[in-house]
Every structure is written in C-alpha cells, then in structure tokens.
Design a protein around this ligand. Sequence first.
Ligand code: 13P
Length: 249
Amino acid sequence: MRTPIIAGNWKMNKLNKEADALVKELVPLVKDAECEVVLCVPFTDIVTVRKAIRGTNIRLGAQNVHWAESGAFTGEISAAMLKELKVEYVIIGHSERRQYFNETNETVNKRIQAALNYKLKPIVCIGETLEERESGQTEQVLYTQIIECLRGFKSWDFDRMVLAYEPVWAIGTGKTATSEQANEAIAFIRDTIRKRFSLKIADKLRIQYGGSMNGGNVKELMAMEEIDGGLIGGASLSPAKFADVVNYK
Ligand code: 13P
C-alpha cells in the first residue's frame, strides 16, 4: 500500500563533475526500479543533478532548509530558494545536523513548516544514540522527537512527509541495526503517530530505515513489514552500490 522510497544522501560529497558522472551512470541502472528513487545532494550540485535526471525516474532532494522566508542568516538556504531550483524533497533533522550544528527538535519543527509552506517534501530524521539505546531510552527518545518535531502539523501535512529512522550508532559505522531492531523501532514510531495523530496518517506515512544500508542487507530490511524504504549514505556514492539497494527486489 505504501510505495517504497529509497533515497541517497550524498552528505558533503561530490563536486559537479563527479555528480554529473555518477548520475549518468546511475540512470540506466535504476530505470526499472519498483520504488521511488531520490538523490539528496549538496546545494552546489542541485542544478547539475537536476539536468542529469531530466526525463528519468530519479527525484531531486536537498539536505537542509532554513525556516525563515529570507533575511540575515549567513550561509543558510531558504525553502523558496530550493523550490526555485525545482527541488522536491529535503532532508531535515539529520543526526549529523543535530550532533555538529546544534539542530534541535524545535528547529526541526520550524524547518519542516517552512518546507511544507513551499510544497517541498520533508524527509524528517529521528533516531537514538548508542548511549541512549544501551541505557534503555530508545522509545522515550523517539517519542520526544516525534512529539516535538511534528508538533502542530495537520493530517494533510503528512501527505507530503516521509520519516527516516536512523539510529545514530548505525550511521557510517558498518554496524546495521538488525532487521528486527529496525522493524521494532519503526513499529513504535508508527504506533506513536497513530496515538498522537490518527490511524489513517500512521497507515499512510512512509518510514525509512537509515544506517549502513547496502546491497547486502537491503533485502532483509525491506522484507520487514514496517520498513518502507531506506536513506542511504555511503552506498549512495557509487552508482553500482546504490543501484544494488534500489533494485533490492
Ligand atoms: P550510511 O549509509 O553511510 O550509514 O549513512 C546513513 C545516513 O546517515 C543516511 O542519511
């Protein structure tokens, strides 16, 4: 019922020439994908990638957006700016933003609102750290993130939203959550959405898993009932490896 969505998060990688080459190699490899395919690229690659994906089944995403309309926010990018470049998706609240750039649930909430105002589709990231998991706080942390990040949104806002469960300890570490761990956390997230918002929203909302997902573990993860896709870091930097994830069936 929920269309799977596999998104690459290039993070701070790929100069224009490399981005162009990667996409050109990727296009034929994923053209028959049965899932939605998205590339979330650095701001400086947006125009290059938009040209390279024209007429293909690949969708364009960015990795952050500021909440203000415009103004004195040196180094930031507004939702209107992304919309102007025909960006469709935008990652919000990635754990690297939270860890290194003081992103909070409150700023995530404001960024989501700004993205929605411009009809961008937010990919909202949540997830616990290793310390939080080991001290038995996973559900509490996820609960607080859901409540605070999604505060104030209406049922129609969720039509454009995707959530990504990314346990911080699984990102870039080669240490994937087991399919059971990922499924269990995502089931908890969906259940919380059901209780806080509605059954209909929870049923429709796509929730990805992210954290060392690759061609070797994608099949097992995607076979789990609650997992609707993946947010792929490292493996999205190579066309062949990313295609292996996209063509998981
Ligand atoms: P890795 O796939 O490199 O672990 O990164 C996951 C991630 O952070 C995607 O947003």
